[in-house]
Design a protein around this ligand. Structure first.
Ligand code: PGA
Length: 221
């Protein structure tokens, strides 16, 4: 059973997970899966401040909106602003689902050293919404109502929130060698506990992580 480790603050969550990333970057040609959202912001800030060597690293983002008309809300833009433009990543080693070179026929997670995840209020990981098959591959999905409502805080109006995305599937996520799930805020505690200690069910996509051999789960309130 996975144990949720509670950290003392959101900053501590960022610096704790940054230690794990820093260690991963010492591997030869490290491969990481990265999330967007509000949760990883303290991590990315901490990573930028550490001035690590990312020159041989390859990153795969978990998801990207489809038909997004507000470019500065794209996940690529988010990653550029919060991480990539501040570190020495090689642009050729940055991948997003939807990039023709890697989607739809690739299981991203193969040989990935470290997969970082957030969790949605409905238990989703990436945009694998409740009901997603545990065997799901990277694909285009419809976002559900709760997710659209959650994401509307980043858009001028809810009507501008994209209703579709390309998401890495649960299968490639699970094939990563190590997974770190991060959650911040009391509003995430209940779903996190259901996912980690409750039934393993497609109704709560994050519950699949209980089946992974090398998962760490960190929470700050
Ligand atoms: P958040 O989103 O980090 O903005 O809370 C997490 C998620 O929906 O996966």
């Amino acid at each position: 059973m996975n144990k949720i480790k509670e950290l003392s603050s959101y900053l501590e969550l960022g610096s704790h997970v940054a230690d794990i990333v820093e260690h991963t970057l010492t591997l030869p040609e490290p491969k990481l899966i990265l999330p967007t959202g509000s949760t990883p912001l303290s991590l990315y800030k901490e990573l930028v401040s550490r001035q690590l060597d990312w020159s041989t690293t390859t990153t795969y983002n978990l998801d990207e909106y489809v038909d997004n008309t507000i470019q500065d809300q794209s996940y690529r833009y988010f990653m550029m602003e919060n991480l990539f433009k501040h570190i020495n990543m090689n642009d050729d080693n940055i991948y997003f689902p939807g990039d023709t070179a890697v989607w739809p026929d690739l299981s991203y997670g193969t040989e990935v050293d470290l997969c970082l995840l957030g969790i949605g209020g409905n238990g989703h990981i990436a945009f694998n919404e409740p009901g997603s098959s545990f065997d799901s591959e990277t694909r285009m999905v419809d976002l559900n109502e709760e997710t659209i409502k959650d994401n509307s805080r980043f858009f001028p109006t809810i009507d501008e929130v994209p209703t579709q995305a390309v998401t890495m599937g649960l299968k490639p996520i699970m094939s990563s060698k190590k997974i770190v799930l991060m959650a911040n805020g009391k509003h995430k505690k209940d779903i996190l506990e259901q996912a980690m200690y409750g039934n393993i069910t497609e109704d709560i996509p994050a519950s699949i992580l209980q089946n992974h051999k090398n998962v760490k789960v960190y929470y700050s309130d």
